[in-house]
Design a protein. Structure first.
Length: 226
């Protein structure tokens, strides 16, 4: 069984968008776009943010569903807590989490600059020592923008408090790798990675009440508990 995404564990199968990587014999095939350098990656991501920063991918009804059926299902009595949303563009998901989780503190990250005081300009692939064991939940719908899924999931897992929840909103539109969206995976791949890389337990996926695009065959919230 082959794990990870280092060069000696990635198999090039002639995909123009990048290489395929494998997470063992039962895993689906995942794609990863290859950049010439990490600086090229960040340049592409910042340019993509500047172009799309006014667009909203997150869906209010889906965030409400996550709050009602995942977070409250875990914590039961909601008084206060801390959450972080990675790759938020406008930050609407932060606004909705604050609305549906009163008393909580929720911030976000984005690789580009933002005028929103709750959004920190930060490359979510990078470790922030101040955030280690700092959050009760992590949410992202931007996992297709990660540079190295293994390393990023390890970093995000470190940001969770013991018993914290990681939630990745994932759709069939996230299966193919492109230059801007450099990581493609199926929902089954994401479940495997949350267990293997983030070391989470009780992995489960929930069907979202609304699809962000009519083209999507599915849209899930995939979660695990630290």
């Amino acid at each position: 069984m082959i794990y990870g995404i280092k060069s000696n564990s990635i198999h090039n199968n002639g995909c123009n968008n990048g290489r395929y990587l494998f997470l063992g014999a039962q895993a689906e095939i995942m794609e990863r776009h290859e950049y010439k350098s990490y600086s090229k990656y960040t340049k592409v991501q910042r340019a993509g943010y500047d172009k799309k920063k006014s667009r909203i991918w997150a869906n209010q009804n889906n965030i409400k569903f996550i709050c009602d059926n995942i977070l409250r299902d875990k914590y039961f009595i909601i008084d206060n807590g801390q959450g972080i949303c990675h790759g938020v563009r406008t930050g609407k998901e932060i606004e909705w989490f604050l609305e549906y989780m009163p008393g909580w503190e929720v911030i976000g990250t984005e690789i580009g600059d933002s005028e929103n005081d709750l959004i920190f300009q930060w490359d979510f692939n990078k470790e922030n020592p101040k955030w280690i064991n700092g959050f009760d939940f992590i949410y992202s719908n931007a996992f297709d923008h990660v540079y190295d899924p293994k390393i990023t999931l390890e970093i995000w897992s470190e940001q969770l408090k013991p018993g914290g929840i990681m939630i990745i909103e994932h759709s069939s539109g996230h299966e193919k790798a492109t230059e801007l969206d450099p990581f493609g995976a199926t929902a089954e791949d994401m479940e495997i990675m949350l267990a293997m890389y983030a070391k989470l337990k009780h992995i489960k996926k929930y069907t979202m009440p609304e699809k962000t695009s009519k083209k999507y065959k599915y849209q899930y919230a995939i979660m695990g508990i630290k």
